[in-house]
Design a protein around this ligand. Structure first.
Ligand code: HEC
Length: 173
């Protein structure tokens, strides 16, 4: 009898240890729930895969470019040419970072916007002459529209950010 109880207790302990063991042996599930989504990842390969997915493709840089393009408009409206130039520089950096991730976009980005057009528009802003700066804004806008057509996303052109024009032209419309 006593021996029977001992054996049962012994078997019970084995089951208990096994259950705890299984719990410890399933760290994967625990790790997925952690907020340390990079430092707790099991390998560098998982870390880089997560980062690559998190950093997205061309859409997120373009989102920033759209915001900054609107900021250029606001800057020109208050004759803040230095601020317009600042955003124009950031737009260049952002597009270059965009095609680092999506190399297929590079050829059109360079040919349509980042080559001579970028320089011309920059000089227009640097001139600090309002009329010339607004001409630069129109040139930039035309390049944005052209690349969206070239990259087969023409529907991008039908949104409010591309309905921004020099104030005088807006009044006459
Ligand atoms: C390489 C050519 C190219 C140039 C130059 C370009 N775009 Fe784009 N743009 C794209 C592509 C491609 C998409 C769609 C991205 C996607 O599908 O991931 C896009 C998407 C966008 C979007 C939508 C982003 C979103 O997800 O909300 C905005 C806004 C935008 N572009 C603004 C601009 C502005 C403003 C300029 C000019 C300063 C510009 N783009 C210049 C190719 C370009």
């Amino acid at each position: 009898m006593k021996a029977g109880i001992l054996i049962k207790t012994w078997i019970g302990s084995i089951f208990l240890m096994a259950a705890v063991g299984i719990g410890v042996a399933q760290p994967g599930k625990e790790k997925q729930a952690t907020t340390h989504w990079l430092t707790d990842a099991e390998s560098n390969s998982t870390r880089f895969t997560r980062l690559q997915r998190y950093l997205r493709g061309f859409d997120q840089p373009m989102w920033e470019v759209g915001e900054r393009f609107e900021s250029i408009y606001e800057a020109l409206r208050r004759d803040n040419f230095a601020l317009a130039s600042y955003h124009w520089s950031k737009i260049r950096t952002t597009i270059q970072n965009g095609y680092l991730k999506r190399p297929a976009r590079k050829a059109n980005a360079d040919a349509i916007l980042l080559g001579s057009t970028w320089e011309t528009v920059d000089r227009d802003f640097q001139s600090k002459d309002p009329a010339r700066a607004w001409t630069g804004f129109a040139r930039a806008r035309a390049a944005c529209l052209a690349c969206h057509v070239a990259e087969s996303v023409p529907f991008m052109n039908n949104q409010p950010v591309f309905e921004l024009y020099a104030p005088s032209r807006k009044e006459t419309q």
